[in-house]
Design a protein around this ligand. Structure first.
Ligand code: MN
Length: 132
């Protein structure tokens, strides 16, 4: 298991927590701290999965997700949105922007690895079934 995961998070404490949680699972981690950097890194590194904070400097996580979904290479990349505000309608906005999952903060570090593993497995299944 050496999948590449891009973590986009501007809060250093949350970034650290995500890093510690996922590095232990053997993933290769890439990091970005704002929307522009997220797009650049995604295009350059082609991560297998993206975890993205909604509230980011420069370009928010929903705008980044929409841009990625417009790019054929990222049409089926699993994207998990994180948000600090459990606002009504947030979930819908995240899913409408093209995110596959939506997780409220504080980050549940016990649950997250299982969610990621399931999404990566699902993606592999999709790829081997047919090239879309
Ligand atoms: Mn943030």
């Amino acid at each position: 298991m050496n999948e590449k995961i891009l973590i986009v998070e501007d809060n250093p404490r949350n970034m650290k927590l995500l890093e510690m949680t996922l590095r232990a699972k053997g993933y290769t981690l890439l990091e970005a701290t704002d929307g522009g950097e997220a797009l650049d890194t995604a295009i350059r590194e082609r991560p297998d999965l993206i975890i993205i904070d909604i509230q980011l400097p420069k370009m928010n996580g929903l705008a980044v997700t929409k841009k990625l979904r417009e790019t054929p290479e990222f049409r089926h990349t699993p994207i998990i949105a994180l948000t600090a505000y459990a606002m009504k309608g947030d979930r819908e906005r995240a899913l409408n922007a093209g995110c596959d999952a939506y997780l409220p903060k504080p980050i549940n570090t016990r649950e997250l690895p299982g969610i990621i593993a399931a999404m990566l497995l699902q993606r592999q299944g999709d790829k081997s079934q047919h090239k879309r």
